[in-house]
Design a protein around this ligand. Structure first.
Ligand code: AMP
Ligand code: MG
Length: 345
């Protein structure tokens, strides 16, 4: 398949490109588009064939459901059974990086929801995504636009690495603002369960709902045969070729460990900016200042792809704190590391 690559510099002047992208989606094709979280691989969420094409393009297991993207929070009415808690969340966080799981309506085929009777709904904030969904006039089913098992793409170059020749069109909207996938919550009456942490933090959710619990799979390894609340939790994600090891311990001890390892091994290091002058520059991949979790979130998937491109035999990174946006980083990194954490004492 020949993939059209289009750079969007002005929504206003490039309405015709967006119209073209929307008509591809309407006719069952696939368009990759930028969102504020990561790039999405979009198709018509009401079209079974489009859902099948999405799974095929990603090489994704078809029991791992797709998130449908709507232009306005109230558009969810056509596809899901909403409730007052949904609208409270919508008022606080939409458009934005929040996905809500609701009972699905008939309009959404089971092929989109991986056979579940619930559907995941999100209203993205990125202007290109919003205009595309509006023009398409259908809910746009879109998982992250990476090959299954690779880090989610946060820039068009990464999309092209994975999706060139597999989709009809790639809309390049520059770097994604947040860099990690959306927060996912399941609503149960007035209560929420956090299934995947992201740009909307646990603390922010607690400001809107009194009862927010965190699914155990967010921070812990699933036990054999354990039932998951969200099918994506059971798949290993973002696995770099070389093993990734997460380090924890006192700052100076971790630094000494890394310095020693660099002398002995060919390692890649996802380091903090403060450590750049103290480490050998070979295969050093800075992710941001130690205290800047936003910068680290934006940089993480980029750094993991870069680490994969080196000849390193082991990759080290710092174990993030579990607070604020750190919980989303922690969740992605423990999965990329297959839960390998080393405490330096
Ligand atoms: P991605 O599209 O790559 O961001 O992944 C979407 C994730 O949303 C999947 O891995 C699922 O775990 C989760 N998800 C989507 N739909 C549902 C649903 N109906 N119930 C629970 N989790 C869902
Ligand atoms: Mg994904």
């Amino acid at each position: 398949m020949q993939t059209q690559h289009i750079k969007i510099e002005s929504l206003h002047r490039q309405e015709s490109d967006l119209l073209c992208a929307a008509s591809i989606i309407q006719s069952g094709g696939l368009v990759v588009f930028p969102t504020e979280t990561v790039y999405g691989l979009g198709g018509d969420g009401t079209n079974q064939e489009a859902a099948k094409k999405i799974y095929a393009a990603k090489g994704r297991p078809s029991d791992n459901p797709l998130i449908i993207h709507v232009a306005k929070p109230e558009d969810a009415e056509h596809y899901a059974v909403t409730n007052p808690t949904y609208y409270r969340l919508a008022k606080a966080f939409m458009p934005g990086p929040l996905t809500v799981i609701l009972p699905k309506k008939e309009s959404i085929p089971l092929s989109t929801t991986g056979g579940l009777d619930t559907v995941a709904v999100r209203c993205p904030a990125h202007p290109v995504a919003r205009r595309l969904i509006e023009l398409a006039g259908v809910p746009v089913a879109a998982p992250s636009a990476n090959l299954s098992g690779k880090p989610s793409p946060t820039c068009a170059a990464h999309v092209a690495q994975d999706m060139d020749g597999r989709v009809d069109m790639i809309l390049d909207g520059g770097d994604c603002e947040i860099g990690l996938e959306s927060t996912i919550v399941k609503i149960d009456g007035d209560s929420l369960t956090l299934l995947r942490p992201g740009g909307i933090t646990y603390d922010a959710l607690c400001m809107v709902c009194k009862d927010v619990s965190v699914a155990s799979a967010v921070t812990q390894q699933l036990a054999d045969g354990e039932r998951v609340l969200s099918p994506g939790m059971k798949y290993r994600h973002y696995a770099p070729t070389a093993p990734l090891i997460l380090l924890t311990g006192e700052e100076h001890r971790v630094l000494s460990f890394l310095q020693a390892e660099q002398k002995e091994k060919n390692c890649a290091i996802l380091c903090y900016n403060e450590e750049i002058p103290l480490l050998d520059p070979k295969n050093l991949l800075p992710v941001g200042d130690r205290s800047n979790l936003e910068a680290q979130a934006k940089r993480l998937f980029h750094a993991l792809r870069d680490a994969d491109g080196t000849d390193a035999t082991v990759i080290y990174a710092h174990l993030p704190p579990m607070e604020g946006l750190g919980l989303a980083l922690y969740n992605r990194m423990i999965r990329a590391a297959a839960h390998t954490i080393q405490e330096i004492i």
